[in-house]
Design a protein around this ligand. Sequence first.
Ligand code: TYD
Ligand code: MG
Length: 457
Amino acid sequence: MAKGIASFSCSACGAVHKKWAGRCDGCGSWNCITEDAPLSSGPPSRSLGASRGRTVTLSDLNSEDTPPERTRSGMDEFDRVLGGGLVAGSAILIGGDPGIGKSTLLLQATAAFAKAGLSSIYISGEEASDQVRMRARRLGLHDAPLQLGAETNLRDILSTLDTLRPDLVVIDSIQTMWVDNVDSAPGSVSQVRACAHELVTFAKRRGTSVVLVGHVTKEGQIAGPRVVEHMVDTVIYFEGERGHQFRILRSVKNRFGPADEIGVFEMTGSGLSQVVNPSALFLSERDKPASGSVVFAGIEGTRPLLVEFQALVAPAPPGSPRRTVVGWDGGRLSMILAVLEARCGIAFSGMDVYLNVAGGIRVGEPAADLAVAAALLSAREDRPLPPDMVVFGELSLSGALRPVSQTENRLKEAQKLGFNRAVVPGRSKLGKVAGVDVIELADLAGFVARMGVGESH
Ligand code: TYD
Ligand code: MG
């Protein structure tokens, strides 16, 4: 079989097919499957002969290296998520739902970098320069030494950048850009991939930092930024709940710093303002104790963060009861309900369960398991927890509590915000840590017993 094997891919969703078809099985679109250009003719062993390439320079692991050159914008929440400032020549992707505030954030950040001395260009493919200028005026940024452009043709953008050689360029958004050698509409997988590739290559070649903005769509109709994630150095998501003013900037991948770092912002009438003490903000009004409300001492990235879990349990009409979750994983809620039933004899069948994380933040740490269980129990029994208590611990399926990382940091943050008691996993008789009375528990049944719920065994 000397013939090269042809492959076909869908230009809308990127699915690979063995043969051509009129309709893509992956996304259901019509007339979108095209033949891919062959990578090489003939088997690799023959085409890549040992004599053809040049020798690659190799070096030892302990060779001298220079730390990457970084610039701080002065917006601390943004700089921290980048790993301590913007690295020259890095490629960054900032994804988020449409309307969450990506353009606002980047206009503010680019203006800050421009003021910090970086020559910066902001290219909008979605708005005219006038519109961006108007927004900048509203944000009080009109005197920032920043160049604006409104363009979607990537070839023109790249030749402009090649002449100007800026330190930073923002492309808002990657889904509006197109190159003429790719035969599909802007926003399709092939266009997004090709444009991102060109821009990342430019960043590496010229030492310009490139920030790509990408819209995430739930249905994946338009190529989401996911196809670009592996090409860039840093992937940041801008999240938040509509109707809440808080926005979280979260790094999910960073070649130049820790991942999972967060920055907290508040959307105001004059743009995004930084939230320096987020813990205080995510706790709702807590004057009098309320059942179902539990404060979780969490860690987001490198810093502690207190958040409030709220649960509500109500009798369900016949049929399958509701399980509604906002800000926490639905599967994990089912697991905790199952552990409560199987290990502690506390059933939630016949009851609707609602779980919400106050303030619109999303919690992903398993360390919040115990806080969720506590909120459910407190709601079910209508018994509030002491208002000065924080809770954390991971729950295993056996009902045992597993220790979690950074216990002391969590307790310090709790103490700073006026919490004097904590329920944590373990049996090391810690007593008092960082000024907080620590109650250590080995399993969930121990917690149930402490709450005085009768049916536990
Ligand atoms: P935008 O940055 O355009 O979102 P994205 O680029 O992610 O699509 O922000 C859009 C929302 O932000 C819009 O609904 C209005 C709101 N907003 C404010 O509340 N205050 C402001 O100062 C600005 C500029 C926008
Ligand atoms: Mg925008």
